[in-house]
Write a protein that binds this ligand. Structure first.
Ligand code: ZN
Length: 268
């Protein structure tokens, strides 16, 4: 019987206040792993310090009535403790939310405006949240006709969608009925499956519903669903800080698009 030499590279994350402490934990973990197997392992540990993940800072929570009636070209002062923030009030999202607070797919209604400071920024902005199952769920501005298909950045082309339904939709061509059906499947499985199983289920169901078989956006869309899921989870366990999931970065880039339109004079 021929013999083979196998070499494997294990990569995992450990926490520790110091390098030494992290190394100790990594070593203990590895030794426990070796003890639990029959094979003799030759090990060498090398570690790199991971960068701290930037965090979105939640400054304060307001009611929609404290924010939506004041949208327009002028900044508005919001007091948080000793600090006064001059908040821009002309985001397209605010105009949309002042017209429609409910997700067009699942009907969940936004009820909280949270003043948030993105990592490295001095300019806070409001994010709109619904409370679903006791957890915060981000409300988003969805393009009815996707930008990739020539859809415009205009109020007529926007609809309010919660982050989960928007993640399910992705940039695929799906009817609202199909997204609603997928959202129900999501609801049924979210607490019973792991994120990767949920990924498989939604991807499979979505493929069956998407007109074009070559929907290259399925993977991206399902990843967004999982991020929305993770974001909801982190809000239920975390304190005042939340991780800026991808949806947050995308929303920020959407904001930049909105500003461009606003400056070119087509926004109202
Ligand atoms: Zn929804």
């Amino acid at each position: 019987m021929p013999r083979y030499r196998v070499s494997a590279n294990l990569v995992w994350n450990v926490e520790g206040d110091t390098y030494k402490e992290a190394e100790q934990r990594a070593t203990e973990f590895l030794l426990a792993l070796i003890k639990s197997s029959d094979i003799k392992l030759k090990t060498r540990i090398s570690m790199n310090r991971l960068k701290d993940r930037p965090q979105v800072k939640r400054l304060a929570e307001f009611m929609p009535e404290d924010v939506l009636p004041f949208i327009g070209p002028n900044r508005k002062d919001y007091q948080v403790g000793e600090q006064t923030y001059k908040v821009k009030m002309n985001s397209h999202r605010y105009f949309l939310f002042s017209e429609e607070r409910k997700c067009v797919v699942c009907g969940v209604e936004g009820t909280r405006m949270v003043l948030e400071l993105p990592p490295g920024s001095q300019c806070p902005h409001f994010n709109f949240y619904a409370i679903e199952g006791g957890e915060y769920l981000l409300m988003t501005k969805d393009h009815k006709v996707p930008k990739s298909l020539g859809g415009k950045n205009s109020l007529e082309n926007y609809q309010t969608m919660c982050a989960i339904c928007n993640g399910i939709k992705g940039s695929a061509e799906l009817s609202l009925e199909d997204i609603k059906a997928l959202r129900e499947i999501y609801n049924t499985h979210r607490d019973k499956t792991t994120p990767s199983q949920l990924y498989q289920i939604i991807a499979g169901e979505k493929e069956g519903r998407t007109k074009s078989k070559s929907d290259i956006n399925v993977v991206t869309a399902v990843r967004k669903v999982l991020l929305a899921h993770a974001q909801v989870q982190s809000k239920s366990t975390g304190g005042s800080e939340v991780s800026p999931a991808r949806s947050e970065r995308e929303r920020l880039s959407e904001d930049r698009d909105s500003d461009k339109v606003a400056r070119s004079g087509t926004a109202s």
